[in-house]
Ligand binder design. Structure first.
Ligand SMILES: CC(C)(COP(=O)(O)OP(=O)(O)OC[C@H]1O[C@@H](n2cnc3c(N)ncnc32)[C@H](O)[C@@H]1OP(=O)(O)O)[C@@H](O)C(=O)NCCC(=O)NCCS
Length: 196
Protein backbone atom coordinates (compact mmCIF):
# COMPACT_ATOMS: atom_id res chain seq x y z
CA UNK A 1 0.00 0.00 0.00
CA UNK A 2 1.48 3.35 -1.03
CA UNK A 3 -0.04 5.15 1.93
CA UNK A 4 1.34 8.61 1.01
CA UNK A 5 -0.60 8.46 -2.28
CA UNK A 6 -3.96 8.05 -0.55
CA UNK A 7 -6.21 11.11 -0.72
CA UNK A 8 -7.22 11.35 2.94
CA UNK A 9 -9.58 14.18 3.87
CA UNK A 10 -8.91 16.32 6.94
CA UNK A 11 -12.48 15.97 8.21
CA UNK A 12 -15.86 14.29 7.83
CA UNK A 13 -19.30 15.33 8.97
CA UNK A 14 -22.18 13.44 10.54
CA UNK A 15 -25.66 14.63 11.39
CA UNK A 16 -24.54 16.63 14.45
CA UNK A 17 -20.76 16.64 14.25
CA UNK A 18 -17.70 17.82 12.40
CA UNK A 19 -14.92 15.32 13.07
CA UNK A 20 -11.57 16.80 12.06
CA UNK A 21 -7.81 16.58 12.21
CA UNK A 22 -6.29 18.79 14.90
CA UNK A 23 -4.41 21.83 13.69
CA UNK A 24 -2.09 24.59 14.90
CA UNK A 25 -4.05 26.85 17.23
CA UNK A 26 -6.07 24.03 18.85
CA UNK A 27 -3.74 24.06 21.89
CA UNK A 28 -5.84 26.31 24.19
CA UNK A 29 -8.99 24.29 23.45
CA UNK A 30 -7.11 21.01 24.00
CA UNK A 31 -5.58 22.26 27.25
CA UNK A 32 -9.02 23.13 28.65
CA UNK A 33 -10.35 19.77 27.48
CA UNK A 34 -7.44 17.89 29.07
CA UNK A 35 -7.91 19.68 32.37
CA UNK A 36 -11.64 18.86 32.38
CA UNK A 37 -11.12 15.19 31.49
CA UNK A 38 -8.12 14.22 33.64
CA UNK A 39 -10.16 12.24 36.20
CA UNK A 40 -12.69 11.02 33.63
CA UNK A 41 -9.90 9.38 31.59
CA UNK A 42 -8.10 7.82 34.56
CA UNK A 43 -9.92 4.44 34.93
CA UNK A 44 -9.64 3.24 31.31
CA UNK A 45 -7.23 5.67 29.61
CA UNK A 46 -4.68 6.34 32.33
CA UNK A 47 -1.91 6.66 29.72
CA UNK A 48 -3.77 9.07 27.43
CA UNK A 49 -1.34 11.87 26.52
CA UNK A 50 -3.98 14.47 27.44
CA UNK A 51 -3.58 13.45 31.10
CA UNK A 52 0.11 14.38 31.11
CA UNK A 53 -0.15 17.92 29.75
CA UNK A 54 1.17 20.57 32.13
CA UNK A 55 0.57 23.77 30.15
CA UNK A 56 -1.20 25.28 27.15
CA UNK A 57 2.14 25.15 25.32
CA UNK A 58 2.36 21.40 25.99
CA UNK A 59 -1.13 21.08 24.50
CA UNK A 60 -0.23 23.12 21.41
CA UNK A 61 2.85 20.96 20.94
CA UNK A 62 0.72 17.79 21.22
CA UNK A 63 -1.95 18.86 18.69
CA UNK A 64 0.78 19.82 16.20
CA UNK A 65 2.38 16.43 16.76
CA UNK A 66 -1.01 14.74 16.13
CA UNK A 67 -1.33 16.76 12.93
CA UNK A 68 2.15 15.75 11.75
CA UNK A 69 1.40 12.06 12.43
CA UNK A 70 -1.81 12.44 10.42
CA UNK A 71 0.14 13.89 7.48
CA UNK A 72 2.58 10.96 7.62
CA UNK A 73 -0.33 8.45 7.87
CA UNK A 74 1.15 7.05 11.10
CA UNK A 75 -1.95 7.46 13.26
CA UNK A 76 -5.00 9.65 13.06
CA UNK A 77 -6.28 11.71 15.99
CA UNK A 78 -9.51 13.57 15.29
CA UNK A 79 -11.58 15.88 17.44
CA UNK A 80 -15.38 15.68 17.22
CA UNK A 81 -17.08 19.07 17.49
CA UNK A 82 -20.76 19.96 17.67
CA UNK A 83 -21.55 21.48 14.26
CA UNK A 84 -23.61 24.32 15.72
CA UNK A 85 -21.69 25.35 18.83
CA UNK A 86 -18.25 24.10 17.66
CA UNK A 87 -17.81 22.65 21.17
CA UNK A 88 -15.43 19.69 21.57
CA UNK A 89 -17.52 16.60 22.43
CA UNK A 90 -15.28 13.57 21.78
CA UNK A 91 -12.02 12.29 20.37
CA UNK A 92 -11.54 9.56 17.81
CA UNK A 93 -8.26 7.68 17.43
CA UNK A 94 -7.39 5.58 14.40
CA UNK A 95 -4.23 3.48 14.60
CA UNK A 96 -2.56 1.93 11.55
CA UNK A 97 -2.09 -1.57 12.91
CA UNK A 98 -1.23 -3.27 9.60
CA UNK A 99 -1.07 -1.48 6.25
CA UNK A 100 -0.60 -4.80 4.39
CA UNK A 101 -4.06 -6.15 5.28
CA UNK A 102 -4.94 -3.13 5.65
CA UNK A 103 -6.12 -3.18 9.28
CA UNK A 104 -6.75 -0.22 11.57
CA UNK A 105 -7.67 0.08 15.23
CA UNK A 106 -10.35 2.42 16.51
CA UNK A 107 -10.42 4.19 19.86
CA UNK A 108 -12.48 7.00 21.40
CA UNK A 109 -13.44 8.96 24.44
CA UNK A 110 -16.34 11.28 25.21
CA UNK A 111 -15.75 14.68 26.74
CA UNK A 112 -16.90 14.36 30.37
CA UNK A 113 -19.57 17.04 29.83
CA UNK A 114 -20.90 15.33 26.69
CA UNK A 115 -21.20 11.68 27.72
CA UNK A 116 -24.50 9.86 27.20
CA UNK A 117 -25.66 11.89 24.19
CA UNK A 118 -24.73 9.44 21.45
CA UNK A 119 -21.88 11.61 20.15
CA UNK A 120 -19.25 8.87 20.42
CA UNK A 121 -21.35 6.31 18.55
CA UNK A 122 -22.14 8.91 15.88
CA UNK A 123 -18.46 9.90 15.49
CA UNK A 124 -17.31 6.25 15.55
CA UNK A 125 -19.82 5.28 12.83
CA UNK A 126 -18.52 8.17 10.73
CA UNK A 127 -14.99 6.95 11.40
CA UNK A 128 -15.87 3.49 10.04
CA UNK A 129 -16.87 5.04 6.72
CA UNK A 130 -13.68 7.14 6.74
CA UNK A 131 -11.50 4.09 7.43
CA UNK A 132 -13.11 1.75 4.90
CA UNK A 133 -13.45 4.36 2.17
CA UNK A 134 -10.41 6.62 2.50
CA UNK A 135 -7.89 4.33 4.20
CA UNK A 136 -9.08 1.35 2.11
CA UNK A 137 -9.30 -0.92 5.18
CA UNK A 138 -10.36 -4.55 5.02
CA UNK A 139 -10.62 -4.93 8.79
CA UNK A 140 -11.05 -2.66 11.82
CA UNK A 141 -10.27 -3.78 15.35
CA UNK A 142 -11.23 -2.35 18.72
CA UNK A 143 -10.52 -3.54 22.21
CA UNK A 144 -11.77 -2.47 25.59
CA UNK A 145 -11.92 -3.56 29.21
CA UNK A 146 -14.79 -5.83 30.23
CA UNK A 147 -15.20 -3.46 33.18
CA UNK A 148 -16.10 -0.68 30.74
CA UNK A 149 -19.59 -1.59 29.47
CA UNK A 150 -20.16 1.90 27.99
CA UNK A 151 -17.22 1.37 25.64
CA UNK A 152 -18.33 -2.15 24.65
CA UNK A 153 -21.82 -0.74 23.99
CA UNK A 154 -20.37 1.78 21.51
CA UNK A 155 -18.57 -1.06 19.70
CA UNK A 156 -21.75 -3.16 19.52
CA UNK A 157 -23.86 -0.21 18.35
CA UNK A 158 -21.32 0.31 15.56
CA UNK A 159 -21.77 -3.30 14.41
CA UNK A 160 -18.47 -4.75 15.66
CA UNK A 161 -18.34 -8.50 16.20
CA UNK A 162 -16.88 -9.75 19.49
CA UNK A 163 -13.98 -12.01 18.51
CA UNK A 164 -12.47 -12.78 21.89
CA UNK A 165 -12.89 -12.21 25.60
CA UNK A 166 -9.66 -12.66 27.55
CA UNK A 167 -10.83 -12.99 31.12
CA UNK A 168 -8.85 -11.39 33.99
CA UNK A 169 -6.05 -10.68 31.54
CA UNK A 170 -5.01 -7.18 32.54
CA UNK A 171 -4.67 -4.79 35.46
CA UNK A 172 -6.64 -1.55 35.56
CA UNK A 173 -5.20 1.80 36.63
CA UNK A 174 -6.82 1.29 40.06
CA UNK A 175 -4.93 -1.99 40.48
CA UNK A 176 -7.94 -4.28 39.97
CA UNK A 177 -7.86 -7.18 37.51
CA UNK A 178 -10.21 -7.18 34.55
CA UNK A 179 -10.68 -8.89 31.22
CA UNK A 180 -10.52 -7.52 27.70
CA UNK A 181 -12.99 -7.71 24.86
CA UNK A 182 -11.56 -7.85 21.34
CA UNK A 183 -13.87 -6.71 18.57
CA UNK A 184 -13.43 -6.84 14.80
CA UNK A 185 -15.35 -5.58 11.78
CA UNK A 186 -14.66 -6.81 8.25
CA UNK A 187 -15.33 -4.78 5.13
CA UNK A 188 -18.02 -7.23 3.93
CA UNK A 189 -19.82 -7.07 7.29
CA UNK A 190 -19.75 -3.27 7.19
CA UNK A 191 -21.11 -3.26 3.62
CA UNK A 192 -23.87 -5.75 4.51
CA UNK A 193 -24.90 -3.61 7.49
CA UNK A 194 -24.97 -0.46 5.36
CA UNK A 195 -27.12 -2.17 2.72
CA UNK A 196 -29.83 -3.06 5.29
C1 LIG B 1 -16.68 4.80 26.75
C2 LIG B 1 -17.31 6.14 26.37
C3 LIG B 1 -16.56 6.69 25.16
C4 LIG B 1 -18.79 5.92 26.02
O1 LIG B 1 -19.37 7.18 25.81
P1 LIG B 1 -20.96 7.35 25.76
O2 LIG B 1 -21.24 8.80 25.92
O3 LIG B 1 -21.61 6.38 26.68
O4 LIG B 1 -21.29 6.88 24.26
P2 LIG B 1 -22.24 7.64 23.25
O5 LIG B 1 -21.76 9.02 23.07
O6 LIG B 1 -22.35 6.78 22.07
O7 LIG B 1 -23.61 7.75 24.04
C5 LIG B 1 -24.41 6.63 24.24
C6 LIG B 1 -25.51 6.99 25.25
O8 LIG B 1 -26.16 8.17 24.81
C7 LIG B 1 -27.58 7.91 24.67
N1 LIG B 1 -28.07 8.81 23.61
C8 LIG B 1 -28.66 10.00 23.85
N2 LIG B 1 -28.95 10.59 22.69
C9 LIG B 1 -28.55 9.78 21.70
C10 LIG B 1 -28.58 9.85 20.29
N3 LIG B 1 -29.08 10.92 19.66
N4 LIG B 1 -28.04 8.84 19.57
C11 LIG B 1 -27.54 7.75 20.20
N5 LIG B 1 -27.48 7.63 21.55
C12 LIG B 1 -27.98 8.64 22.30
C13 LIG B 1 -27.65 6.43 24.42
O9 LIG B 1 -28.91 5.93 24.77
C14 LIG B 1 -26.57 5.93 25.35
O10 LIG B 1 -27.05 6.00 26.66
P3 LIG B 1 -26.83 4.81 27.75
O11 LIG B 1 -25.35 4.84 28.06
O12 LIG B 1 -27.66 5.22 28.89
O13 LIG B 1 -27.21 3.55 27.09
C15 LIG B 1 -17.23 7.16 27.56
O14 LIG B 1 -17.86 6.59 28.67
C16 LIG B 1 -15.82 7.57 27.93
O15 LIG B 1 -15.25 8.47 27.31
N6 LIG B 1 -15.25 6.92 28.95
C17 LIG B 1 -13.91 7.27 29.41
C18 LIG B 1 -12.82 6.89 28.41
C19 LIG B 1 -13.00 5.49 27.87
O16 LIG B 1 -13.46 4.60 28.55
N7 LIG B 1 -12.62 5.31 26.58
C20 LIG B 1 -12.75 4.02 25.92
C21 LIG B 1 -11.57 3.17 26.19
S1 LIG B 1 -11.71 1.61 25.34
Amino acid sequence: MRRMLLAIPDYFQTERLTVRRYCAGDGPMYWQMAHRNRDHLFPFEAHNAARYLRSEQDAENLVRDFSAQYALRQQFYLGAFDRQSETFVAQIYIGASNWDIPEFSLGYFADVDHEGKGYVTEAAKGALAFIFEHLEAERIILHCSDANPRSADVARRCGFVQEAHLRQSTIMANGQRCGQYFFGLLREEYEQQRAK
